[in-house]
Design a protein around this ligand. Structure first.
Ligand code: ES4
Ligand code: ZN
Length: 331
């Protein structure tokens, strides 16, 4: 597109990227072979016949749960600490090419610990990728540990407790080089209300841990207000359905809540009303592209002015959880 190089040069901050969502079909097959893991047989699901058929299937998800089924299944191929570091590195090298300067990235520990992989293996692998990205790519980063809301809340509590006890949060660490700054909430939304996780998030807040939650992606606006009221979410991931509730929209503006990865649909409205949002990669291996692709798609759809892009970029720097000195460098 004509604006590609202009958009590529913008100093981007990413707030909505699932590291597991960077697992491409080719990397899935590659790791499955290396680790001797059997993916579903093509006779049970023809999508697993080849990299090409799986890639094709990824273009036709019917809804969030259809996507999540493939997303969780592919993770079976990831086993070792090096695998996690490689997946993280896959993200950071691509992000660097797209002009990302600071990235706050999600991971889903329960999708791995449920398969018998130690939390420390997951965290250390991703953490290593973060450290390497800072050194070699000039990308600063934070990890956000997400809880899978479709699983029993007790499993999330156990995960939280293990992460605190093992010292993985950057606020609780004792001189170790850790990067987990916050907690999030993801997976199937409808029927798994944010309120279920209220107590946990309040404990996290007391410890000084940052908080965000997927809300209003498929769930109605009460999922957004629930996340603000009971999780004290500092950002809302997606939040597309905020457009349905103007009163809530006023609150989001007043409380300076940033939405992440809103997609194309309500962008013009959010810009006009003054709702802050950032554009992000989300699950690039599944939804056809990294952050720059999404910047370009928005430009193609809305033909935004340079001034409007400036607002988007500045809001995404200000809405980051990095140190003020880093923000000053990027602004
Ligand atoms: C996700 Cl797009 C999306 N929504 C909810 N949970 C997720 N986990 C990974 N991608
Ligand atoms: Zn997401």
């Amino acid at each position: 597109t004509p604006h590609h190089s202009l958009l590529a040069a913008l100093p981007k901050c990413e707030h909505h990227l699932h590291l597991e969502g960077c697992l491409s079909p080719s990397l899935t097959f590659q790791l499955a072979t290396k680790n001797n893991i059997t993916l579903p047989s093509p006779s049970s699901d023809a999508a697993y016949t080849s990299v090409e058929t799986l890639t094709e299937r990824y273009k036709n998800f019917s809804d969030l749960n259809d996507f999540l089924g493939y997303y969780y299944r592919a993770l079976d191929a990831i086993i070792t600490q090096d695998d996690f570091e490689m997946l993280g590195w896959e993200y950071f090298t691509t992000a660097a090419k797209d002009g990302v300067k600071h990235a706050e990235v999600f991971f889903d520990p329960q999708s791995h610990t449920a398969r018998g992989i130690a939390l420390g293996v997951v965290v250390s692998g991703f953490n290593a990728a973060c450290k390497r990205a800072e050194k070699e790519l000039d990308i600063t980063s934070k990890l956000i540990m997400c809880f899978l809301r479709h699983l029993p809340v007790q499993e999330s509590r156990d995960t939280m407790q293990a992460a605190v006890e093992e010292g993985y949060f950057d606020i609780t660490t004792k001189g170790q080089d850790r990067t987990i700054a916050g907690v999030g909430l993801d997976s199937s939304e409808v029927g798994f209300r944010p309120e279920l996780f209220g107590e946990m998030f309040m404990e996290a807040e007391k410890m000084g841990i940052r908080r965000t939650a997927h809300a209003g992606e498929e769930g109605d606006p009460t999922y957004i207000s629930g996340a603000l009221d009971t999780l004290h979410a500092e950002r809302i991931d997606h939040g597309i359905r905020l457009v349905e509730d103007t009163k809530l929209m006023d609150r989001v503006i007043k409380e300076n809540i940033m939405l992440t990865h809103v997609g194309e649909l309500p962008i013009r409205k959010f810009l006009e009303e003054g709702v802050k949002f950032s554009l992000n990669s989300d699950d690039p291996a599944y939804f056809g592209g990294y952050i720059l692709n999404n910047y370009c798609a928005v430009q193609n759809a809305f033909d935004l002015s340079v001034e409007e892009w400036k607002v988007i970029v500045q809001n995404s720097i200000q809405g980051s959880w990095c140190e003020q000195t880093r923000k000053d460098e990027l602004l």
